[in-house]
Design a protein around this ligand. Structure first.
Ligand code: ATP
Length: 614
């Protein structure tokens, strides 16, 4: 493919534009249950109502009466590179423009300062070294490049090279929209640009390039999982910072992670899987001997914490191939064989701990362990005495006055302690892996003192989610996305509007900030959702029942919060509803207090920090 071919590939088809120009007077959009909007001709004007005509799905010409207020004007242009250039900026025209471009292979469209990318869900010939070269060349000759994720990356690169100021790229969208894929493409482009920037030979730099890509591959195994929306969903937020020197050469990188969805390790929704690493360990990427040494079988369907979602085998996920990639990536990042074994041991402990059976003595608040095999397997890896671990889980020590006594706890509390143990082990292992990855790619201390550097940061957050049952994790993700959307609105619309004012253009002022601020205020205000949750976590015997009452009492006056109405048709229980920018979400409050406390009994931590070395 040469530059001319690439130019043709990215160019909008002009013929359709002229057809639309001729029809604009008589054509309108009406709402449609199947396609969101349908284009029609106005046949008769009856004041508040219009008679419209269109060719129906069966090919017959049909007529219909519609409310004038529900109709939207069609735009003169449909294929513009920037949707801000549509002559009619309404929902239907924007959607139609994106759709028309998408069906012609153009998945990228500018929206003012932003670039909208429609997920193609297939390989498209838009990413290659030649395409990178094309955008690099275009950036030198054209002020506005064709919309593409490489343009966004190139602009950021130009920003550090020409202005010398740090740049950030914010990637936002609902789960499965393509954020992680686009993040990878941006990073690939930046690495490629940095490599092209060095006219002289540098021995350490290519190593940093590959280490950065390996860090992404390795972390994905521990943070990504199959969900009903996306078979490689990031259950974490990541800020990837890449430092460049004055010549545009890659100097260092760093990955910061936020809100790992720990609850997934012990509990998955219907249709979901646990994190990929669990299934990779049980795949043929590892030998049976290695698994046996860890006390594991090769069948994920036989393990409680791996089969809750009921969807263990996904034809689109190759656990074996990815398992090998994860191991290779860890090796290239400098993890020793001993360290890799340590990681898989922790993963095995999580699986085996989920298999330990606990029971309760009837009528008494006493729990006990049923069967020793799994717990012995766990303890032999942890190098702790099984009696100490069982005691910490079923009858932890408590202090009364100056005395320390053991107190039996009921089954519910014991199971909670088991889940907390699994989660804390996984989380600490994961934090250690991130720190080790960063120690491989973060070279700042080596050069910051002597050299001037600027960085490009890429933020890839878990996307907005509406599940069948929405819990605390969905709330945290949706709240974060609400804040990001607010930032987006402020940056795009408020800055644009300010520019119109400064240029004294005729413009009706719109308060964009207000739209989302009501929900954010409801969550953040002094007696808002987060403050009430925090308070409930601090009071002794705080409960979700009391929390729900407080939320309803304090927040029902705002239209963005409401107590849920439970219908008999709805199988999942919802307690309250929040109106977010992307939709109304019913939340289930069960477990919020414990999830927010995120506490681990000190007894368990004491056992884990001991090495009984038997
Ligand atoms: N540019 C692209 N080209 C081809 N396929 C794509 C592209 N972008 C996304 N996809 C497809 O969509 C899937 C979901 O994309 P991705 O994992 O990036 O979504 P996401 O927005 O990060 O979702 P989540 O918030 O759940 O992590 C990918 O696994 C891939 O199959």
């Amino acid at each position: 493919m040469d530059v001319e071919d690439i130019g043709r590939l990215l160019a909008p088809p002009p013929a359709v534009i002229s057809r639309e120009v001729n029809c604009v007077e008589s054509r309108i959009w009406i709402p449609d249950t199947e396609t969101a909007f349908r284009m029609c001709n106005v046949v008769a004007d009856k004041g508040d109502e219009l008679i419209v005509g269109y060719r129906g799905d069966q090919g017959f010409y049909e007529k219909k009466k519609v409310k004038r207020s529900e109709c939207q004007l069609t735009s003169i242009t449909h294929f513009c590179d920037d949707i801000c250039n549509l002559s009619e900026l309404n929902d239907a025209s924007v959607l139609h423009s994106l759709y028309s471009r998408y069906t012609n292979g153009l998945i990228h469209t500018y929206s003012g300062l932003f670039c909208v990318v429609v997920n193609p869900w297939k390989n498209v010939p838009l990413y290659s070294k030649k395409m990178m070269q094309f955008f690099k060349e275009q950036s030198k000759v054209q002020q506005i490049m064709p919309p593409h994720i490489y343009s966004v990356a190139q602009l950021a690169y130009d920003g550090i090279m020409n202005g010398g100021t740090n740049q950030s790229i914010l990637i936002t969208g609902e789960s499965g929209a393509g954020k992680t894929e686009n993040t990878k493409k941006i990073i690939e482009y930046l690495i490629w640009s940095a490599r092209n920037a060095c006219s002289f030979d540098s021995s350490s730099e290519p190593q940093l390039h590959s280490e950065l890509l390996c860090a992404g591959t390795a972390l994905e195994a521990f943070t990504n999982a199959r969900t009903v929306h996306n078979n490689n969903s990031s259950r974490i937020g990541k800020f990837i910072r890449i430092d460049f020197d004055d010549t545009g050469k890659l100097q260092s990188a760093q990955i910061e992670c936020y809100i790992l969805e720990k609850s997934r390790i012990v509990n998955q929704n219907e249709g979901d899987r646990n994190f990929h690493i669990f299934y990779q360990l049980l795949s043929t990427a590892f030998s049976n001997d290695f698994r046996e040494m860890l006390g594991l079988r090769a069948d994920p369907a036989s393990y409680k914490i791996l089969k809750q979602g009921g969807n263990i085998v996904d034809p689109n996920i190759n656990d074996c191939e990815h398992g090998i990639e994860t191991q290779e990536a860890l090796s290239r990042l400098g993890f020793s064989e001993h360290e890799k074994r340590f990681i898989y041991q922790i993963v095995a402990i999580c699986i085996l701990m989920g298999e330990v059976k606990f029971c309760e003595r009837q009528g008494l608040d006493i729990s006990y362990i049923d069967g020793q095999n799994e717990v012995e397997a766990v303890c032999s890896i942890l190098k702790v005495k099984s009696g100490n671990l069982i005691d910490a889980l079923t009858q932890p020590c408590i202090r009364i006055g100056d005395k320390v006594i053991r107190k039996s706890q009921n089954l519910k509390k014991t199971l909670f302690s088991v889940a907390a143990l699994i989660k804390v082990l996984y989380e600490r292992m994961f934090k250690w892996i991130v720190a080790r990855c960063n120690s491989a790619i973060d070279k700042r201390s080596a050069f910051t003192e002597s050299l001037h550097s600027t960085y490009i940061g890429v933020l890839d957050m878990a996307g907005f989610e509406i599940m069948k049952t929405n819990s605390f994790e969905q709330f945290c993700i949706n709240y974060t996305n609400e804040k990001l959307q607010q930032f987006f609105n402020h940056f795009l619309f408020v800055r644009e509007q300010t520019e119109y004012m400064e240029e004294q253009l005729e413009w009706n002022h719109i308060d964009y900030d207000d739209e989302l601020q009501v929900t954010i205020d409801m969550i953040e205000k002094p007696i808002g959702l987060l403050a009430l949750l925090q308070e409930e976590c601090l009071v002794p015997n705080g409960s979700e029942k009391a929390l729900l009452e407080k939320l309803i009492q304090n927040l029902s006056s705002t239209y963005v919060f409401a107590k849920s109405k439970q219908s008999s048709r709805n199988t999942s229980v919802s307690h309250f509803t929040v109106i977010h920018y992307a939709g109304s979400i019913p939340y289930n409050i069960d477990g919020w207090v414990e999830k927010n406390r995120d506490s681990v009994d000190q007894n368990i931590l004491d056992v884990l920090s001991r090495d009984d070395a038997f």
